[in-house]
Unconditional design. Sequence first.
Length: 638
Amino acid sequence: MKLKRWSGGAVILSLFTLLVLRYGILENPLAEMSFRGSFSHNTSDHLHWLSVADPPSVQNPENGSQVISADILVSNLFTLRNFSNRELLSLQTWNHFEHLISHGQGLPHAIEAIKEAGAAWKNLMGSVEDEKLSASGNGSTRQKAKEKQCPYSIRRMNASEFVNGSFKLNIPCGLVQGSSITFIGTPDGLLGNFRIDLTGTTVPGEPDPPIVLHYNVRLHGDKITDDPVIVQNTWTAGNDWGSEERCPSPDPKSIKKVDDLEQCSTTVGKDDKRLPASSRHSNISKHSPGKEGAKPRRYFPFKQGYLAIATLRVGVEGLQMTVDGKHVTSFAYRESLEPWLVSEVRISGDINLISVLASGLPTSEDLEHVIDLELLKSPPLPMHKAVSLFIGVVSTANNFKRRMAVRRTWMQYDAVRSGAVAVRFFVGLHKNEMVNEELWNEARTYGDIQLMPFVDYYSLITWKTVAICIYGTSSVSAKYVMKTDDDSFVRVDEVLASLDRANLTQGLLYGRINSDAQPHRNPESKWYISPEEWPEEIYPPWAHGPGYVVSQDIAKAVYKLHKKGLLKLFKLEDVAMGIWIAELKKRGLNVNYVKEERVYVEGCEAGYVVAHYQEPREMLCLWDKLQDTKQAMCCGDI
């Protein structure tokens, strides 16, 4: 199971939040070794992937009355623009996707992600142009104030905002792992029913935004039960409502865990034996049969007329809800409905709100106050010299803090600073203009980001893997190419030492090899694979995504096959690499699977080569331990 240490901390978080709020209330082709300095004027060839006869028109985000076609939005991605050399560094892989996009079949949401990127890129480029005009003294109608774009927290405590049974809180830059939303209020009114919706950005052409989480509290039951119940679900325009998850569960034996926490706590709906019935108030169901006190009352986290403090927290696998310090429900993310997508919190129904607090939100650093800025900038790539290892780090646009933690820790290895090892982050665009502007500034500042011409969805990580292979074999001629994640701590020196010991420069897959994994067949799983996508019972050998290495010949073959449209695209990128290598093996490649058990995919263990699921503060702790002890010790080790 994954090592999630925050579950116990959720109680502390809720109690701490109560105290805080209480006081607040009271008071290129492989032969190309350099990037072409400009994008092509010809935008017709790369639009043939739009197989529909009449691509749907969408609204211009800047003008709801103006309708523009999807192919125009896509053409914006590859239009000639006047970029500086520093800006071009972030687009070295981008232009290679002008043709690769036509081979996106097999990846869910690929076409939507490209269309959405077209709109996002248009807005970003407009903002960049305005910035240049402003810098030249010509002024700007879109110039923004200099205050921080992405706030760490947002607090609403004004009762006048909570009116007419409906409240909306804008989330400027989405949510990330560790973000939380806490509300204090009293279910009231005629029924006391209320709902919380985490909604995404409205899709162009659709009247309503997708709902990443629909949390519906029904204190008097519904058509299925007369007892209080919590119903969790999702909604999209394309798929309508998903499968309901109810708490209490009608089938307790089917309850699964999300981030090691139950989808529905077994205490909900059960007899509360901790207190006598007469002394219990806030967690009592009204449907207690018989004489008052004759039977133990049933526990339910909300009750009409009583104050509740509830916190939704973003985890690795899903969203967790605690009420008055107790875990109540978990909800696993569903395909294409991810926390970065959330743009608004909506609370409605019979509830009197006192306050709402969103904290742990993604925020970039103020560059004016980064004292070690020059040390954090990426060193230039060595001219006319191959690098030993290229490391591609998969990241999402609003994971600012994770990228800064990587820059301050394992990117400070001598091998990286000297240029023997090159590291780049591969980041897709965001639907939110604020996030894209922060990302663009970050890319220009540090020189270590490769922007991708699509909006990030989990199912599109495979495209980033292809991009890593492209960059590692064209922009740099790396002997080995490594893929990792922005929450992985990589011991670069030990990876190099292990590759030297293996002494294999062809047909190499190095990492934590899995040879008997089976596809997930549960449609509600984030990792669901249908029989059409993969009909066989097991996958070929593959290496876990937090850290694996392939030799240059494999990386080159991946790029060549994909450019020709011959690469089977698969949404699980690490498994996909295993599938591609298995195909190369059938074609005669002598494949060497080198197992590295010290790639820990569930957290950190002493002696690690790669430690996964490391938050920024843990990254810094691991780096400090390495510097102090010269040993790979985890932060919990003595």
